[in-house]
Design a protein around this ligand. Structure first.
Ligand SMILES: Nc1ncnc2c1ncn2[C@@H]1O[C@H](COP(=O)(O)OP(=O)(O)OP(=O)(O)O)[C@@H](O)[C@H]1O
Length: 276
């Protein structure tokens, strides 16, 4: 009984580690691969079985190399003391929300990604490495107009700012979010490829929004932002119930109309209208 319970617990913990990360797709691939391998064994397809067996052995090593950052982060998480993280995280949340509110009041654009399970090291490497405690004045200073690092995104790991001026992957222009500017598309793009919670302050509208799992949420006020941050980042809740489903892509003519209307001077970048 103890053996079965321990194995079930380990499998569940393993599932929690990978759910919402890019490893989930790889896991699905492995399940399909294992299924085909077992079928080939059952049906006596010896050559296919031999080839898949060999590929599986090599694949195991390839997986360790491919997911080295995720494995390291998972082991670090297992060994991290819990109580300290909780109290520091709460203070960081308050400072982060306060900074977002002030940036939104002043209509200063901002883009902040909060790391969850998927390591954001490869995106942090595109900017300037920092190691600073999250504080409202520091975040405001980072995004202040003319500040050296105001362009690009900031990355937070727990209660620390680890990089600024980072380049995030842009959401592919597949229609749904085509009418948004690049700051919002970078937020959606990063949240599509990782499980990060990405916060955006719009320079044009002074609005605060959260992007998660490839979806952009509605405008938030300060208390809504705090509530969602607490649930998503510190309680590690899943987002599905919080963000609305993406809106249907606007027809091409409407999209052009919206851009022309919203953008003011010709040639300026497209901006969003209303909420997703
Ligand atoms: N790939 C990217 N990664 C990180 N930051 C980016 C990226 N692309 C653009 N940005 C940031 O977004 C800024 C441009 O925002 P833009 O006006 O195009 O977007 P927007 O979504 O309309 O936002 P806003 O409502 O604030 O104007 C850039 O100056 C830069 O700081």
């Amino acid at each position: 009984m103890l053996d079965v319970l321990l194995v079930a617990f380990l499998i569940y913990q393993g599932y929690l580690l990978v759910v919402g990360t890019r490893a989930v797709n790889v896991l699905r691939g492995i399940v399909v691969f294992a299924g085909v391998w077992m079928m080939s064994q059952l049906l006596g397809l010896t050559t296919l079985n031999y080839l898949l067996g060999r590929a599986g052995t090599v694949g195991l090593f390839a997986l360790v190399v491919l997911f080295q950052p995720e494995l390291r982060a998972a082991l670090e998480r297992v060994g991290r003391p819990r109580g300290r993280e909780g109290s520091q995280g709460g203070a960081a949340l308050q400072d982060l929300a306060r900074a977002m509110e002030r940036l939104a009041e002043r209509k200063t654009g901002a883009l902040i990604a909060i790391e969850r399970r998927t390591p954001l090291g490869e995106y942090a490497a595109t900017g300037v490495t920092l190691d600073a405690v999250v504080s409202a004045p520091f975040l405001e200073a980072l995004f202040a107009r003319n500040a050296p690092l105001h362009d690009g995104g900031v990355i937070l790991q727990g209660s620390r700012v680890v990089a600024a001026g980072c380049l995030f992957p842009l959401q592919s222009s597949d229609g749904t979010y085509r009418r948004y500017g690049t700051r919002h598309r970078a937020a959606i793009g990063l949240s599509e490829l990782t499980d990060a919670v990405v916060l955006v302050v719009s320079e044009e509208r002074g609005s605060m929004r959260i992007a998660l799992a490839g979806r952009l949420g509605p405008d938030l006020n300060g208390s809504e932002l705090r509530e969602q941050l607490r649930a998503l980042v510190y309680d590690r809740a899943d987002l599905t119930g919080i963000l609305p489903a993406p809106v249907a892509p606007p027809p091409p003519e409407a999209g052009l109309e919206v851009r022309g209307e919203a953008d003011g001077p010709a040639g300026s970048p497209p901006h969003e209208r209303g909420s997703a």
